[in-house]
Design a protein around this ligand. Structure first.
Ligand SMILES: [Zn+2]
Length: 182
């Protein structure tokens, strides 16, 4: 007899022989297909740039994988993620890396041709250039895109273990990027 397993998200029983199910990386426990799919569809995207090399990770409550679905292998990063409620109906996820400082924070949206989209362009283009390796930050940075309750807007934060080096590197561009995220 197979031992009955329970989903660590909703306590639903899982039959590992016949059910579709997943695995919670954060809890090292079974996850039912419903909780797995929900976590995947609400995951945050983290672009970690080290020495000009960017790796993209998906961060959920249970999920810690890279673009290829491989589990995150860097044990030094303790990543926490929580839902911050702004009122009964609205809120956003906040994803943090332990020991790293948030140096830019705000929200962005797609590159649409209205005034908001144009204000967002500055940050979006900068983030894209970092991702593509056209801009190489001298310090490690993580650009994190967190889903919000407004499907058209994405919460953005930029984190680094070296906030002083980051600010010195960007100089006056820092406030331009911050304005772009307001
Ligand atoms: Zn479940």
């Amino acid at each position: 007899m197979t031992q009955p397993n329970k989903c660590c998200g909703c306590s639903e029983a899982i039959n590992t022989d016949s059910d579709d199910y997943g695995w919670s990386t954060t809890k090292s426990d079974y996850l039912c297909a419903v909780c797995r799919d929900m976590d995947e569809s609400s995951s945050s995207v983290m672009m970690m740039t080290i020495n000009g090399q960017t790796t993209k990770y998906f961060i959920g409550e249970h999920l810690r994988v890279d673009e290829n679905g491989e589990e995150m292998s860097e044990p030094d990063w303790l990543i926490t993620r929580q839902w911050v409620k702004s009122d009964d109906h609205r809120g956003f996820y906040d994803t943090l890396v332990d020991g790293w400082t948030t140096v830019l924070e705000g929200w962005t949206t797609g590159n649409w041709d209205d005034s908001t989209g144009q204000r967002k362009r500055k940050f979006n283009e900068w983030a894209e250039s970092v991702h593509d390796g056209e801009i190489i930050p001298p310090v490690q940075i993580a650009i994190i895109a967190d889903p919000t309750s407004n499907i058209f807007s994405t919460g953005i934060s930029v984190l680094t273990p070296d906030p002083i080096g980051f600010k010195e590197w960007l100089g006056s561009e820092l406030s331009e990027l911050q304005n772009s995220l307001l």
